[in-house]
Design a protein around this ligand. Sequence first.
Ligand code: A2P
Length: 271
Amino acid sequence: MDAPAKIDDVVAAKIPDGVYAETVLSVEHYTDRLFRFRMTRPAGFRFRSGEFAMIGLMVGDKPVYRAYSIASPSWDEELEFFSIKVPEGPLTSHLQAIQPGDKVLMRKKPTGTLVLDALTPGKRLYMFSTGTGIAPFASLIRDPDTYEMFEEVILTHTCREVAELKYGFDLMEEIRNHEFLSEIVGDKLKHYPTVTREPYPYQGRITDLMESGKLFTDLGVPPLDPAVDRGMICGSTAMLKDTKAFLEKSGLTEGANSKPAEFVIERAFVG
Ligand code: A2P
């Protein structure tokens, strides 16, 4: 008599071609809306820091995917993701329940525009993020190439509530305590967290803080200058539109992989 199939064999039999099934290594919940998880990285999976991949789960008999920025840098042996929890979300309502040892699906081909290759050389790199839009920057601020290309890196992160900023603070601490990154990053990286719906020392939307000039005064840097400043933007559709408008008003032009320029944008994916 044949031995019964193991669960993993059953799952594996249903996994479509062109998809990896990786093992969850750790899960950390930040708030009732946010969590991060780390999983194994498939041998041979290559990506550029800042890119996204399609991440999924088998829901019943069918795989359900959504786009996720890879939050870990390209040199990391594991893969990290930072996720929102949407109660009725087709994927995140299930993904938020994952535990170490569970399998997560990932399509094989990563892509994206928030990559260093899409920018022309400059002096100062601004990373503008809201909410889970910090994820691609979590990758880029941990990549030594970022500091080779730029003298100064400014990560802005705006959230509704103070608790939602924690992932950003954890990243900064991780870099400070990291054996080789701490040396490479030194004092080149500045973190500028702001909150819009609670009292906090730094308050307001990043667009308003640029309009008023407060961002630049707080950081002790001159206003945006297309000769030296570069930008990457990741947030909601409305935030992308308004931040892009400010950058364009300041004389910066939008680039892409095929045509590097002074700033690039990507939606923070939800659902
Ligand atoms: P606000 O609280 O004033 O709406 P969300 O969770 O809706 O994506 O928002 C995340 C953060 O992005 C919030 O702090 C929110 O501020 C801010 N935000 C929303 N829309 C814009 C926009 N058009 N420009 C800049 N920031 C925005």
